[in-house]
Every structure is written in structure tokens, then in C-alpha cells.
Design a protein around this ligand. Structure first.
Ligand code: GTP
Ligand code: MG
Length: 219
């Protein structure tokens, strides 16, 4: 695995004034065996395997989206091993991330109990530059198994109580709702980024330098 360090506020490469390319680091976290690697693989390669190969540490994959005529988005998906929650490395892995998919296995109640711990770990260690929380989506994976251990109402309540914007029932096996969930995250990252840019431009307008300029120009 090789590390390429993305900038905190996502890399912006302007090839010309009309075209921009962005890089977003997105975390995929949750207990062991919930299907994080399967989700990333399904999303980036369109494949699924029922063989379980535990992830050690973290891994990442890239997916490029032609978001609109002017914007290309490179998603760097960081697949963090489930047992890392007990380690010391999550702070390092979370660095510069702009969003997260929090995954549990809908057929295993213990993995839903762990979501709260993953969420606290995440919120304790990472915020956006303005201090706000990064966008999070909750994924109730393995819905194809049809053995539901967590009723929908409980998930809805959890999201409301913990300010999680949205949740999806997913299946990496059957390719259900994974594109939709990632799309939701990217939209929210872009929204946060636009708000950030607006705040920055307001700050610039209000800066003493620009006020000096205004005085100068009005004279
Ligand atoms: P760690 O790397 O240990 O943290 O686990 P993980 O969350 O990456 O789990 P992984 O993606 O390796 O999946 C664990 C097992 O669940 C594998 O055997 C997968 O094939 C299976 N699995 C993953 N997603 C699904 C799904 O949507 N449906 C079904 N039926 N099985 C799935
Ligand atoms: Mg894995």
C-alpha cells in the first residue's frame, strides 16, 4: 500500500479556468467483517467475493467521477480495518478526510452497537477547518441476507440523535444503494466546500486590506 497525502481541504487542480479536478479522501469504517472492503471493491471495481480476507491496518482505492461538465472528482476511499478501533492509528488514518461511510452488518446487532464507538472516535479526532463535523452516511450492509437484527426505527432514531444526515440499506453482494450512498456523501462534501468558499470570500471582503482598497478606490 502506498500513501499519497491529500491536502486537508481537498486538492484542486485547475487545468483551465473552466475545468476543475478535486480530490476527496473518504473513510469507510465499522467493525470487522461488516463488509467495508466488499463495499469499496464493489464501488471501485464492480466486483464481489464471498471469501473473507481480513484487512490489516488500512487500504485505499480510487474512484474517479465525472461529476459535471466542468468537474472531475477523484475519491480516495480509505478502507480501515475493523480491529483498528482498538489501536492507536485511527488518528493518522482519519487525517485530511472530508467525509465518512460508517458501516454495520444489519444481521449482527453487535456491529450496530459499535457504530456509536466508531462515531465518537471519528468526531473526537476529526473536524472540518471551520470546526464543523464531516459529513457521514450510515450503511446497514448485507441486506440480502434477510436476517434483520436491527429494526429501521432504531436506525432512524440513532441517526437523529447523533446528527447523521442519511442512512442506506446496502448490499455489496447485490450492488444495492452503494452508488447512491457515495453520491450523497460527495454532494454533501461539495456543499460544505461551497459554504467554506463563501465564508472565505466574506472574510476577504471584510479584511483590513480590502477595506483599505475600497477607501483607495472610492477616492
Ligand atoms: P475487516 O477487514 O476485518 O474490517 O472486515 P470488512 O468490513 O472489510 O469485511 P469484508 O468486506 O471483508 O466482508 C466480510 C465478509 O462478509 C466477506 O465474506 C464478504 O464476502 C461478506 N460480505 C460483505 N458484504 C456483503 C453483503 O452485502 N452481503 C453478503 N451476503 N455478504 C457480504
Ligand atoms: Mg476489510
Amino acid at each position: 500500500m502506498s500513501f499519497r497525502k491529500p491536502r486537508r481541504d481537498s486538492d484542486v487542480a485547475l487545468s483551465n479556468s473552466n475545468h476543475k479536478e478535486l480530490l476527496f479522501k473518504i473513510l469507510v469504517i465499522g467493525d470487522y467483517g461488516v463488509g467495508k472492503t466488499a463495499i469499496v471493491r464493489r464501488y471501485t471495481e464492480g466486483k464481489f467475493s464471498s471469501n473473507y480476507k481480513i484487512t490489516i491496518g488500512a487500504d485505499f482505492a480510487i474512484k474517479t467521477l465525472d461529476w459535471d461538465h466542468h468537474t472531475k472528482i477523484n475519491l480516495q476511499l480509505w478502507d480501515i480495518a475493523g480491529n483498528e478501533r482498538h489501536g492507536y492509528m485511527t488518528r493518522v488514518y482519519y487525517k485530511y478526510a472530508v467525509a465518512a461511510a460508517l458501516v454495520f452488518d444489519i444481521s449482527r446487532a453487535s456491529t450496530f452497537q459499535s457504530v456509536k464507538k466508531w462515531l465518537s472516535d471519528l468526531r473526537e479526532k476529526i473536524t472540518l477547518p471551520d470546526g464543523s463535523n464531516i459529513p457521514i452516511v450510515l450503511l446497514a450492509n448485507k441486506c440480502d441476507i434477510q436476517q434483520v437484527a436491527i429494526p429501521n426505527e432504531q436506525i432512524v432514531r440513532f441517526c437523529k440523535e447523533n446528527e447523521i444526515g442519511s442512512w442506506y440499506v446496502t448490499s455489496a453482494k447485490e450492488n444495492m444503494n452503494i452508488d447512491e450512498a457515495m453520491h450523497y456523501l460527495v454532494e454533501n462534501v461539495l456543499r460544505a466546500k461551497i459554504q467554506d468558499e463563501i465564508r472565505e470570500s466574506i472574510k476577504l471582503k471584510d479584511s483590513p486590506e480590502s477595506q483599505k482598497k475600497n477607501i483607495c478606490c472610492s477616492n
